[in-house]
Design a binder for this molecule. Structure first.
Ligand code: ADP
Length: 480
C-alpha cells in the first residue's frame, strides 16, 4: 500500500471551478478503491467549512510568512471515505467569493501569500512535522497553487517523492520580486534554474523544475507543451525534463456523469432505451426558450467563456451556422465581453440560440443529456471533460484536433464509420469556417438516422472510467 498526500486547490464536491476540481474529487477516491492510503489536502475556504462544520482541528503549527498559526482540520469526503486535511488560516481563506477571486471576479490581491502558506502547510504534513504521525511516500501536487511544494521539499533531509500534474499550463502563478521577498522564500530559489521567470517568479515553474515526475492530462498535450506554441514560455523547461513527463488521460466519474443514473436530469436513458434522451431534448428546448423541434439538430456547449475554449470562434461562426436548420444552446461564464456578445446574439436569433450566463451544474447535465451534438472548438485543451461526458450521453462531440480532444474523439469518415470506431467530428484549424464545416457535416449525418444511431452507439460504448487512469498513476507512484 502506498501512502499518498494529494495536494490540490479545489476538489469536487467541496469546491470546483473547472477540470482540476473534477480530478481532485475523483482520482483520490479511485486510488482508494485500489486500496491505497490516499489523503487530500485543501485550503479551508469558507465555502468548504460551511459544508463541513464538524471538521475538527487535529494539528496546529507555524509556517514562515503566514499571518497566523495554521490549524489543520480533518474531515472525510462524503461517499468515498477519502480523508481530507483542511489548511485553516482564517485571515487567508475565510472570505466570500471563489477560491481564487473575490465576489466581483477579481483575483485575490494576496493569492501569492495564500497559496505559499498552503504549500508550506503541505510540506509540514509531507515531512511528518505536523504531528499527524503519518508520513506519505508520495506527494502529488497539482497546478500552480501547489507549485512551491516540490522546491520547498527538496530542502528537507528526508522527503517523500514528488509528482506534479499540469492541468493547464496557461495558469502559472507569476508574481514579482517584491512578493518573493515578502514571502521570505529561500534566496537561492531566485534563479533562472529555479523559480525566476522573466524578471518575476513562477509557482508552476517550481513544480516543473523540482518534481521527481511530471504528468499532464493527455498524451497529446504532453507533446504540445514541449513546443513554443503551447509551452507558454515554459517549453524549454519542459523539453529539458521530457524524459520525466508523461500524459495520463483524466477519467470520468460515471456515478455523476451517466445518463442511466444521473439524478440532475429529468429523464434517464441508456444506449438501449433512448426515449429519455428525446424527452430531455424537449426539456432543454423549453428551458432555453427554443422552438420545439424534435427533428432539428440541437448543438450544445458548456464551458468557461475564455479564448482557450474557442467560444469566440462559435460567436464568429453564428451568422453562418444560423443559416442552417439547427439550434444551439450555450452555458458558461467568463470574459464579460464574450458574455455580452452572446447575449446580443441570443436576442437576434430568438428561439434558435439559447444562452445562459452563469455556473449551473444541473443545467450542464441537461445540456449534455438534451443536445444531439456538443461543440468544443478549443484552441488548446489539456484533457477536456465535456467531450468525455458527451460520449457517454450519446451527444456527438465536435472538437478541434488538440490535446485531450485529439486523444479521445475519433473523426467519422467512411473507414471509421465502417469499423465502428467513429465517435465524433474533428477539425483542424482554429477558425470559424472549419467549425462551420464540421457542424454541417454533423448535421448531414444527423439527417441519416441509421448512421447517427451507429455513431451514438459507438460513443456510448467508450470507457473513460477513473479506474484506468488511477491504475496508470499507481504504476507511476510504484516506479518512484
Ligand atoms: P476546464 O477545466 O478548462 O474548465 P474541463 O472540460 O476540463 O475544462 O472541465 C470543465 C468542467 O466544468 C466540466 O465539469 C464542466 O461541465 C464544468 N463547467 C464549466 N463551465 C460550467 C458552467 N457554466 N456551469 C456548469 N458547469 C460548468
Amino acid at each position: 500500500m502506498i501512502k499518498i498526500l494529494f495536494a490540490a486547490s479545489e476538489a469536487h464536491p467541496l469546491v470546483k471551478t473547472g477540470g482540476l476540481g473534477d480530478v481532485a474529487g475523483s482520482l483520490p477516491a479511485a486510488l482508494r478503491r485500489l486500496h491505497q492510503d490516499v489523503r487530500l489536502i485543501l485550503p479551508a475556504y469558507r465555502s468548504i467549512l460551511e459544508r463541513l462544520p464538524d471538521a475538527a482541528v487535529t494539528a496546529q503549527f507555524e509556517v514562515p510568512g503566514a499571518p497566523d498559526t495554521v490549524r489543520l482540520r480533518q474531515a472525510t469526503l462524503a461517499d468515498d471515505g477519502v480523508p481530507v486535511y483542511l489548511v485553516d488560516v482564517p485571515a487567508l481563506f475565510d472570505r466570500p467569493g471563489g477560491p481564487y477571486s473575490d465576489p466581483q471576479g477579481r483575483e485575490w490581491y494576496d493569492n501569492a501569500l495564500r497559496f505559499a502558506t498552503y504549500c508550506r502547510a503541505v510540506v509540514q504534513v509531507a515531512t511528518n512535522h505536523a504531528g499527524l504521525d503519518w508520513a506519505p511516500d508520495v506527494v502529488h501536487c497539482n497546478d500552480w497553487q501547489s507549485g512551491l511544494v516540490p522546491p520547498l521539499l527538496m530542502r528537507e533531509p528526508r522527503r517523500p517523492a514528488t509528482v506534479f500534474t499540469i492541468h493547464n499550463l496557461a495558469y502559472q502563478g507569476v508574481f514579482t520580486w517584491d512578493t518573493f521577498q515578502y514571502l521570505r522564500l529561500p534566496a537561492d530559489l531566485w534563479s533562472m534554474h529555479a523559480l525566476e521567470f522573466y524578471g518575476g517568479f513562477s509557482f508552476i515553474k517550481g513544480g516543473l523544475v523540482f518534481s521527481d515526475r511530471l504528468t499532464t492530462v493527455s498524451p497529446t498535450y504532453a507533446r504540445e507543451i514541449c513546443t513554443p506554441e503551447f509551452g507558454a514560455g515554459l517549453d524549454g523547461v519542459l523539453r529539458s525534463r521530457a524524459d520525466r513527463l508523461e500524459g495520463i488521460l483524466n477519467g470520468v466519474d460515471y456515478r455523476v456523469w451517466d445518463p442511466a443514473r444521473d439524478t440532475l436530469i429529468p429523464h434517464r436513458y441508456t444506449a438501449r432505451a433512448m426515449q429519455g434522451k428525446q424527452q430531455n431534448k424537449v426539456a432543454l428546448q423549453k428551458r432555453m426558450d427554443l422552438a420545439m423541434g424534435p427533428r432539428t439538430p440541437l448543438f450544445g456547449h458548456v464551458g468557461r467563456m475564455v479564448e482557450q475554449k474557442g467560444i469566440d470562434l462559435i460567436i464568429d461562426a453564428l451568422p453562418a451556422l444560423m443559416e442552417e436548420d439547427l439550434q444551439i444552446v450555450i452555458l458558461g461564464s467568463g470574459d464579460p465581453r464574450l458574455e455580452r456578445e452572446l447575449q446580443d446574439a441570443a436576442a437576434r436569433w430568438v428561439g434558435r440560440l439559447g444562452v445562459h450566463i452563469g455556473y449551473d451544474e444541473a443545467l450542464a447535465h441537461l445540456v449534455e443529456a438534451g443536445s444531439d451534438a456538443f461543440l468544443m472548438p478549443s484552441r488548446f485543451e489539456p484533457c477536456g471533460l465535456n467531450q468525455l461526458y458527451s460520449l457517454r450521453y450519446g451527444t456527438i462531440p465536435i472538437v478541434r484536433r488538440t490535446g485531450g480532444l485529439a486523444d479521445t474523439v475519433v473523426d467519422a469518415d467512411a473507414e471509421t464509420l465502417r469499423s465502428g470506431a467513429a465517435t465524433g467530428f474533428v477539425f483542424d484549424e482554429a477558425a470559424p469556417a472549419p467549425l462551420v464545416a464540421a457542424v454541417a457535416r454533423a448535421a448531414e449525418h444527423y439527417r441519416n438516422p441509421p448512421v447517427w444511431r451507429d455513431l451514438i452507439g459507438n460513443a456510448m460504448r467508450q470507457d473513460f472510467s477513473w479506474r484506468r487512469s488511477a491504475q496508470a498513476y499507481l504504476a507511476l507512484y510504484r516506479r518512484l
